[in-house]
Design a protein around this ligand. Structure first.
Ligand SMILES: Nc1ncnc2c1ncn2[C@@H]1O[C@H](COP(=O)(O)OP(=O)(O)O)[C@@H](O)[C@H]1O
Ligand SMILES: [Mg+2]
Length: 269
């Protein structure tokens, strides 16, 4: 894969701004006595696609929330563009867009109005320039004909694309996706993976994807991290995942169904 460029290109004005990096430094997070994240450290380089994998409940979404300032560390530190992710000002300096797992679209307003919401609320430009941005974002995601539809009229794949288009309107320097291909059929999952990679290539936006989609990780990641039991058990390029050394990682990526020794008999009660 090409080396990561160090500028982000605004999709609408084509102006360039520095791509941002993210660091996770000895991050631990507990809810009560339950330690979800245990001393996690890694860095996401400006302009790369970093895919964070791990079983359900391993703390992927909790980690993502630390980056956008929705959760605070119990110990350690998270920085975005060298600024403390927990500080309010960081979100004034760095434009971040999180594409939520369920899309988080407003169902009572049209696709167009969903996309226009952020620039209207932040008074970014007049209606004519907002219209240009919204229509361009819809065009990038091949959604021009969906502008006047309501989210309830869309398929699951279209909803995900609308959620991505809405994030693009925020002109992000950092794009975060939480399970962007879950609940989609394999072809639509591949389509969304292509979109994420294309946006990163065209706009050089630093991209963090939380997913347990092996195909997505192997095909579009520059680097992969795997969380298990609250610890980072793998950090490296996807090429190292074809034959993982750690048996836990191998079992997570290529689970074998064994009817002689079924897993459900070994579950904790
Ligand atoms: N606000 C919270 N309060 C208490 N427990 C939480 C909270 N958020 C997440 N958890 C727990 O932390 C663990 C990791 O959650 P999460 O990050 O959502 O997992 P996943 O890897 O599937 O995204 C789960 O056991 C979840 O129940
Ligand atoms: Mg999650």
């Amino acid at each position: 894969m090409a080396t990561a460029p160090d500028v982000t290109r605004n999709p609408f004005t084509q102006t360039e701004s520095p791509a941002v990096g993210v660091t996770i430094e000895n991050l631990s997070k507990s809810f009560g006595t339950f330690e979800v994240l245990k001393d996690i450290s890694f860095a996401v380089k400006p302009g790369e696609i970093f895919v964070l994998m791990g079983p359900s409940g391993s703390g992927k979404s909790v980690l993502l929330k630390h980056i956008v300032g929705l959760e605070m560390p119990t110990a350690g530190k998270v920085t975005v563009d060298r600024r403390d992710a927990a500080a309010e000002e960081t979100r004034e300096h760095v434009r971040m867009a999180l594409v939520f797992q369920a899309g988080a679209l407003f169902n009572s307003i049209s696709v167009y109005d969903n996309l226009a919401l952020y620039p209207r609320e932040h008074r970014i430009g007049n209606e004519a320039s907002i219209r240009e941005k919204v229509m361009h974002a819809l065009q990038i995601l091949s959604l021009e004909n969906a502008a006047q539809k309501f989210p309830s009229e869309l398929s699951g794949g279209m909803k995900k694309r609308v959620a991505i288009a809405r994030a693009l309107v925020m002109e992000p320097q950092l794009m975060l996706y939480d399970e962007p291909t879950s609940e989609l059929d394999p072809v639509m999952g591949a389509t969304i993976s292509e979109i994420i990679a294309t946006l990163k290539d065209q706009y050089h936006v630093t991209t963090i994807v939380v997913s347990h989609d092996r195909d997505l990780a192997l095909n579009i990641a520059d680097r992969v991290g795997i969380l298990m039991g609250g610890r980072l058990v793998f950090l490296g390029p996807p090429s190292e995942l074809h034959e993982p050394k750690d048996p836990k990682v191998a079992d997570f990526l290529h689970p074998k169904i064994d009817l002689q020794n079924p897993r459900f008999k070994q579950l904790e009660t």
